[in-house]
Design a protein around this ligand. Structure first.
Ligand SMILES: [Zn+2]
Length: 513
């Protein structure tokens, strides 16, 4: 005799259905789980036995076998506790119900039979609603809001094994959880921090606006305490609003990583991730025996901020190149290979020199030119090539700061950014995989960034006088295009070029003399 309960598991950010089959045979009491379970799944044995007993039921005094199908995919996590317990109770005739095929059951059990939240509930719900036979999902109440974002699927929040059994036997003891997606989305779009919190640093704010408008990666160079981190934290708030689809995708990644705060329905603000410079490459791009998303994926549709960039291990910075180019990462392990989305904007920050005071009139810099050169050299050319804007964020005296008027808030900036992005979407509507100016390669730059003789002369002068590198040329053109778009100017004019030239701090000889 056997019983079958439907559950779900996640591979990458996509879910699939797992059939949990429970079987008992008249043999010496034992409990085995088959179907490629990981250690974490095997551990569910102890929790399930205790939860069943402590909920007032009997654990069979026989051989119990649990099969997780399909058997060729490795199963992990604790979400199978609930379906396993229900399967055992069904096969031993302790639940007055035979067919469970219209529900997905998921949840981690505590020893006392209460339920704990699981990872990846949104991914599972989004998949379940595509399955015709599945009408609802029974899961821990902390996951209800998140799962309810998959409209069209009934979500039944439960707190314990007993409550689940009661619902399965008697029906309608729990009302499906309802959520107003539009309202949740609207509310979640608000950022808790704002650009107006930063006083002064108008030059840096303008550069961030240009970066946001064209999708350009940016580096901020300035001494400690100049407000680089404060500015970078607020960068997501001036990026275009997320669409609901983008918000769902970002939420899925955070849900799989187990980083979605309890009772959170949706992440609708662009994520801001700021890993410490001691992070490993696995932490950055993802890893583990069953690979989990790394910082680049957690920053999907948002901002990845690398503070003190030269302090990061060189190999760690190198692994950023692939996701920056492709917008996703593949993590290969002996047992499996997973792909996670990783479309983020990179914001980096660094001191102007190892001591931090190079070029600061108030402090003496104690570094030798060679030390400075080495310090800057830690950011490799190929990575630097993907960063269009570098600006200096000078130290601001406290007196100046307190005297500054409150700056512009994020909303009007975001509106200008949105308008500029619209122009770009229109421009690139026939181009494949290009959605903003930053995505342009040489071919598109030649097509969309035509400049007149005056501008060409200006650029030529800048390259010789400021010692700009040749590769700066294309970057300046792209950024000029964005500056022109912010003004709704159809063509690039000399003033756009000269502003863009200011955003090439790291190209200038300044750092090497
Ligand atoms: Zn120094």
């Amino acid at each position: 005799m056997s019983a079958r309960v439907l559950a779900s598991a996640v591979l990458g950010i996509d879910a699939y259905i797992v059939k949990v089959e429970a079987d008992t045979t008249q043999m010496l009491p034992s409990f085995a789980t088959v179907g490629l379970p990981t250690e974490a799944v095997k551990e569910s044995k102890e929790r399930v036995m205790s939860a069943i007993k402590n909920s007032g039921y009997r654990f069979p005094n026989k051989k119990v076998t649990i099969n997780l199908a399909p058997a060729d995919v490795r199963k992990e996590g604790s979400a199978f506790d609930l379906p396993i317990a229900i399967g055992i109770l069904a096969v031993t005739g302790q639940i007055a119900r035979e067919d469970f095929d219209e529900y997905l059951l998921l949840g981690e059990l505590s020893l006392d039979g209460s339920l704990r939240p699981i990872r990846g509930a949104l991914c599972m719900a989004l998949h379940a609603r595509e399955c015709d036979n599945i009408k609802g999902m029974i899961l821990p109440k902390e996951n209800a809001k998140e799962a309810a974002m998959a409209k069209g699927l009934k979500i039944y929040p439960v707190e314990s094994l007993n409550q689940t059994i009661d619902f399965l036997e008697n029906g309608d003891t729990i009302k499906p959880f309802e959520i107003d997606i539009a309202e949740v989305f609207e509310k979640a779009l608000e950022y808790p921090i704002d650009f107006s919190d930063v006083k002064g640093q108008e030059h840096a704010k303008r550069a961030l606006e240009v970066a946001a408008a064209g999708g350009h990666n940016i580096i901020l160079i300035g001494p400690p305490g100049s407000g680089k981190t404060m500015l970078a934290r607020r960068f997501p708030s001036i990026l275009p609003n997320l669409t609901l689809d983008e918000a769902l995708q970002t939420t899925k990644i955070h849900s799989v990583a187990g980083l979605l705060p309890p009772d959170t329905a949706l992440i609708a603000t662009r994520p801001y991730r700021s890993p410490h410079h001691t992070i490993s490459d696995a932490g950055l791009i993802g890893g583990g025996r069953i690979p989990r998303p790394g910082e680049v994926s957690l920053a999907h549709h948002g901002v990845l901020f690398l503070d003190e960039m030269p302090e990061f291990h060189k190999d760690v910075l190198e692994v950023l190149r692939q996701p920056m180019e492709d917008g996703w990462v593949t993590i290969s392990r002996a047992t499996m290979s997973l792909t996670y989305p990783a479309q983020f904007m990179l914001a980096g920050a660094l001191n102007p020199c190892p001591c931090g005071y190079h070029g600061d009139p108030g402090h003496e810099c104690s570094c030798t030119p060679l030390q400075i050169q080495r310090y800057m050299g830690r950011i490799s050319g190929p990575l630097l090539d993907r960063i269009d804007i570098h600006i200096e964020v000078p130290a601001v005296k406290f007196k100046e700061l307190s005297g500054q008027p409150t700056g512009e808030s994020s909303k009007p900036v975001r509106e200008r950014v949105n308008a500029a992005r619209k122009v770009q979407l229109e421009r690139f509507r026939d181009e494949k995989n290009i959605f903003c100016n930053a995505h342009m390669e040489s071919k598109e730059i030649m097509k969309y960034c035509l400049i007149d003789e005056d501008s060409k002369e200006l650029l030529r002068q800048a390259i010789t006088r400021l010692g700009l590198s040749a590769r700066a040329y294309d970057r300046i053109l792209k950024v000029s295009r964005t500056i022109a778009d912010l003004e709704s100017a159809p063509d690039i004019y000399p003033q756009h070029i000269s502003e863009a030239i200011q955003y090439r701090s790291l190209d200038r000889n300044l750092w090497m003399t």
